[in-house]
Design a protein around this ligand. Structure first.
Ligand SMILES: [Zn+2]
Length: 137
């Protein structure tokens, strides 16, 4: 059974198939099957003409403008969603900043190292070992 065959009669294409035929959405073999059927079937030919007339009437209708209230609500909802998205982003950013572990503050014991440096012969104290080459004696 082909896809266009009707459940009422074994040979008549159904309405969806006739609509697809008019819109040129069928495969070439399906279209050829309907072409052959239309030659002998007045019922389907009349149905096809009626469907075509309906489609032409629908195409001729002016587009429907949405009511102003609908557009106002749509825009407000759009703005609200945008604001909520922005707030969500800010909350996420704050959570990341607050939850990322921080490195502990480094406070080298400068006074202790300075006194150690002053009391140790040159080249053996910790400051001389970490000092750049040009600054060591
Ligand atoms: Zn038919």
């Amino acid at each position: 059974m082909n896809s266009f065959e009707c459940s009422i009669s074994s040979n008549h294409p159904d309405g969806d198939s006739l609509s697809a035929y008019l819109d040129e959405e069928l495969e070439p073999t399906q279209r050829a099957d309907i072409d052959r059927h239309l030659i002998d079937c007045d019922i389907c030919t009349n149905e096809l003409m009626s469907l075509d007339k309906s489609k032409q009437l629908l195409r001729g209708l002016a587009p429907v403008e949405p009511p102003a209230v609908f557009m106002f609500q749509f825009k407000n909802r759009h703005i609200r969603n945008f604001v909520l998205l922005g707030l969500g982003f800010v909350v996420l950013l704050l959570a990341l900043v607050l939850l990322i572990p921080r490195q502990p503050a480094v406070s080298p014991p400068i006074n202790h190292l300075a006194s150690l440096h002053a009391s140790t012969p040159a080249g053996r104290d910790p400051l001389s070992q970490v000092a750049p080459l040009g600054t060591s004696q």
